[in-house]
Design a binder for this molecule. Structure first.
Ligand SMILES: NC(=O)c1ccc[n+]([C@@H]2O[C@H](COP(=O)([O-])OP(=O)(O)OC[C@H]3O[C@@H](n4cnc5c(N)ncnc54)[C@H](O)[C@@H]3O)[C@@H](O)[C@H]2O)c1
Length: 262
């Protein structure tokens, strides 16, 4: 049987994020784009960060099409200066930044024999160092203005389970859990740090999965489908909101039951 997501793609809670200025990295595509649009629909002002200028500007157009406010800022998240520039751009446009969603990633899906040291380095530079740099800039800014804020990190079910052929990716995604916990402890109570751990999400990256991985994973998901990016964005919007004020340090799994399917 073929199932489709029941949540309408334009579902949102009006005004829920109106206190937030949110930086979303990797927002030119997939989950990051869906989050940028969702946050804007809920009243946040959004800084769209990505190295993909055309994709970033398309996300900006989509935010504006739903009446939201955003800017696109070119930024390679592996570069500390560019990350700081992205934060500064948000402050210049909207007065402050109150939330930073680390989501950008790069990797090649191989085992350790096939993977080169350069591929390992680039995976961790983007998906771990990039998260650390974003959190550092945001926490410093939020604390400096005496405000409240949220750091949201996109992890993965692969932060928890073993999957063949994802060597460096699993290292990075596991490290993100530790980063989230450490941020939550060091900067409570004014700053929450939370994570989201998706299973299979229907984004362009899945075209690059090795061999029969996509078909095999799909066949093992109790929900019998991959997630729409908008479903991940719905959870992320909740986690940024004051409704989730008692959630910090935790990473929330959203995977159609895949992690515990055995
Ligand atoms: N798609 C899935 O099935 C899935 C599952 C679990 C977790 N995730 C996680 O969700 C997040 C988003 O994944 P997606 O599927 O939407 O991917 P995607 O490929 O659609 O988007 C990733 C974005 O990151 C950007 N990016 C890459 N390197 C960058 C850099 N150095 N600086 C700035 N931007 C950079 C890319 O240009 C791209 O727009 C990732 O952290 C990924 O690990 C995805």
């Amino acid at each position: 049987m073929s199932w489709v997501a029941k949540m309408p793609k334009d579902f949102h809670v009006p005004g829920r994020l109106s206190q937030h200025v949110v930086v979303v990295t990797g927002a030119a595509s997939g989950i990051g784009r869906a989050c940028a649009v969702r946050y804007a629909r809920e009243g946040a002002r959004v800084v769209i960060v990505d190295v993909d200028k055309a994709g970033g500007e398309e996300t900006l157009a989509q935010v504006q099409a739903v009446g939201g406010q955003a800017i696109y800022q070119y930024c390679d998240v592996t570069d500390a200066t560019q990350v700081q520039t992205a934060l500064n751009a948000g402050v210049a446009a909207f007065g402050y930044v109150s939330a930073w969603h680390n989501n950008a990633f790069w990797s090649v899906f191989k085992n350790i024999i096939e993977q080169t040291p350069e591929e390992f380095d680039r995976t961790l530079q983007t998906s771990l160092r990039g998260y650390w740099l974003g959190a550092k800039a945001a926490v410093t800014h939020i604390q400096g203005r005496g405000g409240r804020g949220v750091i949201l990190n996109t992890a993965s079910v692969q932060s928890y389970l073993g999957e063949r052929g994802f060597s460096a990716y699993q290292v990075a995604k596991s490290g993100i859990l530790g980063l989230t916990r450490s941020l939550a402890l060091d900067h409570a109570p004014n700053i929450r740090a939370v994570g989201v751990a998706p299973g299979l999400v229907l984004t362009p990256v899945n075209a690059a999965l090795p061999g029969d991985t996509l078909a095999r994973v799909m066949s093992q998901i109790p929900a019998a489908r991959g997630a729409e990016p908008e479903e991940i964005a719905g959870l992320c919007a909740y986690l940024l909101s004051d409704e989730a004020d008692y959630i910090t340090s935790s990473t929330v799994v959203i995977d159609g039951g895949y992690l515990h399917a055995g």
